[in-house]
Design a protein around this ligand. Structure first.
Ligand SMILES: Nc1ncnc2c1ncn2[C@@H]1O[C@H](COP(=O)(O)OP(=O)(O)O)[C@@H](O)[C@H]1O
Ligand SMILES: Cc1ncc(C[n+]2csc(CCOP(=O)(O)OP(=O)(O)O)c2C)c(N)n1
Ligand SMILES: [Mg+2]
Length: 322
């Protein structure tokens, strides 16, 4: 199978490549064309996933596609954007029909869940890696950035943390377990659900937001730095799933939630008065702390005493990242 046959068979004719709303021209030309309505802005983000770094060698292709698209679309959720389209630059060691069919199926499933269309890409031979660029739209001036947190705001997250990190020993084949808890953690690793509805609901409400990819403490550090404030996190308020608490000991659960990363859950700051109306909409919002004057991230116990957490977040080229 040649490059163009591969593209035509598995990608250009995929259900997710059929032009959706806002896609004026999809796969097949030198560029795709997107329509951005007047009064809106285009949100763009790119992420690369590399075998052995972001996913294990020899992954299930269907799950790999789901994970790759979900983690990419999560950046749109973090900005409060509505997905339009994505490009897929795929580097493969070989063109295997079964592999490609399963990959395209996983891509279709996640694309449908996120209402996003495949609008182009690139296919090359080499060690397995993927680069996805996602495009979304937001009302002009309303995108959620990292820089607007105000002293007195609440610090919140959109769901339980640490599940994907807790699944890592399973993913890497270091532990095997087919309990319901293990399955739930694996589901979070392979198929996180980008919090698009939450992000869109936070527009005009949250003062700052991002999605947690490197770990709660590290990513809150990004909001703190961009907003020039201190984010105080109360450890006991960080939500942990029952699955994680059943699967690992308390200390491991805590490390996974604070520093494990791969959550793709939103973290955001919110003026206190905005909390109740958002919760009344049935949105998943957990208050985990508050915004103080100062800088950096401070982890405290229920009495406000500082807790020192040795492990930071994931950093490529850093000591934890390899
Ligand atoms: N090689 C690069 N060239 C230009 N900008 C980059 C590069 N790598 C990362 N960035 C930018 O740095 C910022 C932080 O990147 P990153 O931590 O990967 O964000 P995220 O967690 O949202 O994916 C983003 O605005 C990203 O676009
Ligand atoms: C096989 C495997 N090992 C380790 C990890 C953990 N891990 C790798 S990269 C990363 C951080 C997120 O990746 P990055 O490229 O920094 O994403 P971004 O912040 O750009 O969205 C984490 C937690 C993983 N997901 N899979
Ligand atoms: Mg990135």
């Amino acid at each position: 199978m040649g490059e163009f046959e591969l593209i035509g068979h598995y990608f250009a004719s995929a259900a997710c490549a059929q032009a959706g709303d806002g896609v004026a021209l999809g796969i097949g030309d030198d560029c795709a064309l997107l329509d951005v309505p007047a009064g809106e802005q285009l949100a763009v983000s790119t992420d690369t996933l590399v075998a052995g770094v972001h996913f294990p060698h020899n992954p299930d292709p269907c799950l790999l596609a789901q994970r790759a698209l979900a983690v990419s679309v999560s950046d749109l959720a973090a900005m409060g954007a509505t997905p339009l389209g994505f490009t897929l630059a795929l580097t493969l060691e070989a063109a295997n029909a079964d592999w490609l069919r399963a990959f395209a199926q996983g891509l279709d499933q996640m694309a449908r869940a996120c209402s996003v269309s495949l609008i182009g890409g690139d296919t090359t031979r080499g060690p397995l890696s993927l680069t996805l660029t996602v495009f979304g739209r937001t009302p002009r001036g309303l995108a959620l950035t990292r820089s607007g947190a105000q002293v007195g705001d609440l610090l919140c997250v959109g769901g339980c943390l640490g599940d994907a990190a807790g699944a890592l020993p399973l993913v890497l084949g270091q532990r095997s377990d087919d309990s319901a808890a293990a399955k739930a953690l694996l589901q979070q690793y392979w198929s996180p659900q980008p919090q698009l509805s939450l992000g869109q609901a936070l527009r005009g409400n949250a003062s700052a937001a991002l999605d947690i990819s490197d770990g709660l403490l590290a990513d809150c550090g990004h909001i703190a730095a961009a907003s020039r404030v201190c984010l105080q996190i109360e450890l006991a308020k960080v939500p942990l799933s029952t699955s994680l608490q059943v699967f690992v000991d308390a200390e491991t659960a805590r490390n996974c939630a604070l520093s494990g990363g791969d959550d793709y859950v939103l973290a955001f700051t919110l003026p206190e008065a905005r909390l109740a109306p958002l919760q009344e909409q049935g949105l998943s919002i957990h208050v985990i702390g508050k915004v103080l004057a100062g800088q950096g991230v401070k982890l405290v116990d229920a009495q406000g005493q500082e807790i020192i957490q040795a492990k930071g977040g994931y950093q490529h080229f850093g000591s934890s990242g390899g």
